[in-house]
Design a protein around this ligand. Structure first.
Ligand SMILES: Cc1ncc(COP(=O)(O)O)c(C=O)c1O
Length: 372
């Protein structure tokens, strides 16, 4: 792809930049962790919304990918990806029709189910098209968002198995509520505790249905913790590719003050556009380019500075200094680690790919806006 800019300093801001060396290290690190424990990796694409990066994850060794929505799966299938798991239930007739059309193009497509009415609707729709589909039972391990609680899971599994057009392939148990627990030890205990019920469910299903081999689980915050759970067959981690301020602040096995396993590959570049006040300067990235969720974005360049970002309306941010050191001058460009990567990415059309100071390409954020 021809690009007009050659160096990071030529980029117009605000924009998203991917440090490819860091990104590749993150991919290798997660793949090696999964491989070392005999687990598969099925990364969640909701984080980056980019088919080029999804292909890179497959090249690095992932067996497939996860998406949250049918429209995301649609874009990925068109980009040549296979083995896609939709991690949220698809329940309306219109969306089920879209799902089944996609299944015609991508027979390995799977979806989670968590309700008898959904099971019936899906099975009937598949019957009319003469197709069958692999499904995972979504087990709620305490996030209380989707899924069936463990005591009711076996009965629902029985309903899936009784349907001619659904193939029960296993379970999904995503413990989203424990991923950001600050203390590593507390996170570890909470993760093991909340997965106990799902492990029992999986064992029982597998005992009567040996073809049920998939136990898909985990976010980035518990990636190394779940490796100890023998029943888990694959990790559906997402944020590790980029990292964000929310994740960098939690403790890890080697350092309980910060997450050291993965480094921030995604940065947002923003320029000082006004410097007329004593205690702060104004930059060109506000709510429309930095989603406000979790902690504040971190100023990563200039390195080791005492600069702090805060939102300053839709279009602007405010930079202050915690130690009264000199503020960046008009026109300076700062690099920030985003507060929460997923929703921030959904605000942009592309990533600029960099190696050192050089811009080496771009990737479109082609799943942007695929929220249906
Ligand atoms: C169902 C599901 N699985 C996996 C993930 C990935 O989690 P993380 O980004 O913490 O790695 C998410 C993220 O929200 C999710 O909703």
């Amino acid at each position: 792809m021809t690009i007009k800019v050659k160096y990071k300093s030529d980029l117009d801001t605000p924009c998203l930049v991917l440090d490819m060396d860091i990104l590749e290290r993150n991919l290798e690190m997660m793949q090696a962790a999964a491989d070392g424990a005999g687990k598969n990796l099925r990364p969640h694409v909701k984080t980056h919304k980019c088919s080029s990066l999804a292909l890179k994850q497959i090249e690095a060794g992932a067996i497939g990918v996860c998406v949250a929505k049918v429209s995301e799966a649609d874009s990925l299938v068109k980009a040549g990806l296979d083995n896609i798991l939709i991690t949220g239930p698809v329940v309306t007739p219109g969306k089920i029709e879209r799902l089944i059309d996609l299944l015609g193009l991508s027979p390995n497509l799977m979806v989670v189910v968590d309700h008898p009415a959904n099971i019936e609707l899906l099975d009937t729709a598949l019957y009319t098209k003469g197709l069958s589909m692999g499904v995972l039972l979504d087990v709620d391990v305490g996030l209380n968002r989707t899924g069936v609680r463990p005591p009711d899971a076996l009965a629902l599994a029985g309903q899936i198995v009784s349907r001619a057009h659904l193939r029960l392939r296993g379970i999904q148990a995503y413990a989203g509520h424990v991923q950001h627990i600050q203390s590593y030890d507390t996170r570890k205990q909470s993760s093991h505790r909340c997965l106990e019920g799902a492990v029992r469910v999986f064992r029982e299903i597998r005992a009567s249905l040996p073809t049920c081999t998939i136990f898909s689980a985990s976010g980035t915050g518990t990636f190394d913790i779940v490796l100890e759970v023998a029943e888990i067959s694959e990790l559906q981690v997402g944020s590790y590719v980029f990292m964000d301020a929310e994740y960098l602040a939690i403790g890890s096995a080697d350092d309980d003050t910060r997450f050291v396993s993965f480094a921030p590959a995604l940065r947002l570049l923003t320029t000082v556009i006004s410097a007329n006040h004593k205690g702060f300067v104004t930059v060109d990235a506000g709510l429309k380019s930095l989603y406000k969720d979790g902690g504040k974005p971190q100023v990563i360049i200039p390195e080791d500075s005492a600069l702090v970002y805060d939102w300053f309306g839709d279009e602007y941010g405010r930079i202050t200094s915690t130690d009264n050191s000199e503020l960046p001058s008009l026109g300076s460009v700062l690099e920030l680690v985003t507060s929460h990567c997923d929703p921030t990415i959904n605000l942009f059309d592309k990533y600029y790919l960099t190696r050192g100071q050089e811009v080496v390409g771009t990737w479109p954020i082609d799943l942007r806006g695929c929220s249906q």
